[in-house]
Design a protein around this ligand. Structure first.
Ligand code: MG
Ligand code: ZN
Length: 384
């Protein structure tokens, strides 16, 4: 076999292999991935916002992993000057440092947003002494609210895991999967099927979930039509692929979760993660950042439409940290072209935006610490 043929073969082989848990950390984008050439823009609607003195019954929290202003502005440019994010009239900034680092990772960042406590990098729902912390999702379950998690990564990955699992390391995927059985969460949709089935301890968590009354489904076209009951949607073996491969999975999963959770008249707490903006930052890919920002913007649009009609739902959009030290060198609002540049392949310590819509939105303005976010959300939905 010639060298050329061999490399084509290897390239095809690489394309078929699933995205392993940490592959995104080593992915390096082609130089031309720094340029998003422009493309289809989605329509953006502005929804009426109800700001009452009454507290919200429901909270939908979006975490866009790896997003700060450059990623937002790249998406705004790519979508030809408009985003659903423009619905937000209340916004501020979060300081994101962890307990042991100026620059946080997604585990400590997620745990700060889920529990209100700073912890060490890599920690999932545990404090600096490795003791379990109660998350806002667990507290919502205890108070009789419906709860859900949605992610474009594996559901066992750091960000969603921080809301339901308690493990000393983010790499303990099988232990994290087992923690999903310890909480009465109503809906979770994301990748990570193999952490529930191919396990060192021999347990089959899919069977255990079914025994607990969950419908376990892997096909998004089935999942999207489910309106009631407990649902475990495990829609990829590990992480989902990029937008071109996974399609509108995030929007469909967000809609499904809202449909199911809104059956609970006491209220609900839902966290939705747009995971792969972070991976675009690690890879230095403006294209991946833009595609994933636009993906989560459409999901946010649906959540805002629900919140605007429902009038008792607070939508909060924020991030755990910025990734890539991104800046924008040029762009074009007519074509949607954006040229990004990156100063690091890792995270940075710069502040991230926080935006809120609906009752309670007034709480999320100014500069605050990431730990204040769950404290404010708890006050709003639990102190009724
Ligand atoms: Mg994440
Ligand atoms: Zn990252």
């Amino acid at each position: 076999m010639s060298y050329k043929l061999l490399s084509v073969f290897l390239f095809i082989l690489a394309g078929f292999s699933s995205l392993a848990q940490n592959d995104y950390l080593n992915a390096k984008a082609e130089i031309n991935e720094k340029i998003y050439p422009g493309g289809q823009a989605h329509e953006v609607r502005i929804f009426p916002q109800v700001l009452t003195e009454k507290n919200p019954k429901n909270i939908i929290l979006f975490i866009i992993d790896g997003m700060s202003l450059p990623q937002m502005h790249a998406a705004l440019t790519a979508n030809k000057g408009k985003l659903y994010l423009e619905n937000f009239r209340h916004m501020g900034f979060l300081k994101t440092h962890s307990a042991n680092n100026y620059i946080t990772d997604s585990a400590a960042g997620g745990t700060a947003l889920s529990t209100g406590k700073k912890t060490y990098d890599g920690a999932i729902g545990v404090d600096v002494n490795k003791k379990p912390l109660t998350t806002i999702l667990e507290e919502a379950v205890d108070k009789g609210l419906a709860t859900g998690l949605v992610s474009t990564s594996a559901i066992t990955h750091a960000t969603p895991a921080s809301f339901i699992a308690h493990q000393v390391s983010r790499n303990m995927y099988e232990e994290i999967a087992a923690d999903f059985l310890k909480t009465d969460i109503d809906v979770f949709i994301g990748g990570g099927y193999k952490h529930f089935t191919e396990r060192k301890d021999g347990r089959n968590l899919v069977e255990e979930l079914k025994a607990k009354g969950y419908r376990v489904e892997q096909d998004m076209n089935v999942i999207r039509n489910i309106k009631t009951g407990k649902l475990a949607g495990l829609t990829a073996a590990e992480h989902h692929g990029r937008m071109s491969e996974r399609g509108e999975m995030l929007t469909m999963a967000t809609n499904t979760a809202i449909n199911i959770l809104s059956n609970n008249k006491k209220g609900f707490f839902l966290m939705v993660e747009g995971s792969q903006v972070d991976w675009g930052g690690h890879a230095g890919s403006t294209i991946q950042i833009v595609e994933d920002m636009l993906d989560v913007d459409r999901a946010i649009g649906n959540a805002l439409e629900f919140a605007s009609n429902n009038k008792e739902t607070l939508v909060v959009v924020t991030s755990d940290h910025e990734t890539g030290g991104m800046t924008i060198l040029n762009g074009n609002y007519e074509t949607g072209m954006v040229i990004g540049e990156f100063t690091t392949g890792g995270h940075t310590g710069i502040m991230v935006p926080i935006m809120a819509f609906g009752p309670g939105a007034q709480e999320f303005t100014g500069i605050m610490d990431n730990t204040e976010v769950p404290q404010k959300m708890r006050k709003l939905i639990f102190d009724n």
